[in-house]
Design a protein around this ligand. Structure first.
Ligand SMILES: C[S@@+](CC[C@H](N)C(=O)[O-])C[C@H]1O[C@@H](n2cnc3c(N)ncnc32)[C@H](O)[C@@H]1O
Length: 255
């Protein structure tokens, strides 16, 4: 089985973004994000270390796919009004709850809805069954201190959205479920529709590559989404994750 890879040099990232159809505003946002990161490296490292500590003191976790992105999350939290706000948050893909626990800890008024099959993803195929069983048990234990603020749905994200009434219901949506572009595209459209104006949508794994054709990976879907919904959001960051903020309806009318 192939292992996921991530382009590591500047040229490789740029090449990958172009190969997966990144619109030019995404390229500009990526460059701006790079400049901002260079100016805040010390703060970023402190935030990452804090996220690692949160996990260490909360429970039992396997691989850490999350802590390196928290500087972007802190920006999103700030934009959404910070820890005092009773935000409605949706996470698609929770696994052992590492990102969920961080969010619950940093946003003490937030209500978190999580959706996961706890069946693992394509890239986890070989060890999926056993690891997935352990992952769900860990999720339940790890999130127990905040159980009153967590609503858990064990199902596909498609089934979750189909069962919900249409319309905006969330202030923050994190898309980190299936990484195949077909699924990411459906998650992106459903999540954006479910996002309140001013809300933030976070995509994980923009630079993650596992499927043979570049466009089959999350970036293929995320870039298609960015083109389709251009004008309806503002970029907050383009990096390993993409963060966009939904504009109010009047501001998103087509030119
Ligand atoms: C990378 S893990 C999530 C990691 C977690 N957000 C974190 O940062 O620790 C991806 C998760 O998506 C779930 N998943 C895969 N396909 C899914 C689907 N179609 N609907 C919902 N969840 C899915 C998997 O079971 C797995 O738990």
């Amino acid at each position: 089985m192939a292992r996921p890879t991530t382009p590591s040099t500047l040229a490789a990232v740029l090449g990958y973004m172009l190969a997966t159809g990144a619109p030019w505003p995404a390229l500009v946002a990526w460059w701006r994000t790079r400049l901002r990161k260079r100016g805040t490296r010390q703060f970023d490292q402190a935030a990452i270390t804090e996220a690692e500590d949160v996990a260490r003191h909360t429970g039992t976790f396997g691989p850490d796919w999350f802590s390196h992105v928290v500087p972007h999350w802190l920006r999103a939290f700030e934009v959404l009004g910070g820890p005092v706000q009773p935000l409605d948050v949706l996470e698609i893909g929770s696994w052992e709850g590492r990102s969920a626990c961080y969010l619950l800890r940093k946003l003490p008024q937030a209500r978190l809805t999580v959706v996961d099959t706890w069946g693992g993803s394509d890239e986890m195929l070989r060890t999926r069954e056993e690891r997935a069983r352990v992952a769900e048990q860990r999720f339940d234990l790890n999130t127990r201190p905040w159980a009153a603020r967590v609503t858990k749905h064990k199902m596909t994200s498609d089934a979750f959205f189909q069962a919900r009434p249409p319309g905006p219901q969330f202030d923050l949506v994190y898309v980190d479920g299936s990484h195949h572009a077909d699924d990411v595209m459906r998650d992106a459209l459903s999540a954006f529709a479910a996002l309140r104006p001013g809300g933030v949508l976070i995509f994980d794994d923009y630079l993650w590559r596992f499927y043979p054709r570049p466009v089959q990976n999350p970036a293929g879907a995320i870039n298609a989404f960015l083109r389709l919904k251009a004008g309806e959001f503002d970029f907050l960051a383009v990096d390993y994750q993409v963060l966009v903020r939904k504009k109010p309806p009047d501001a998103s009318a087509p030119d």
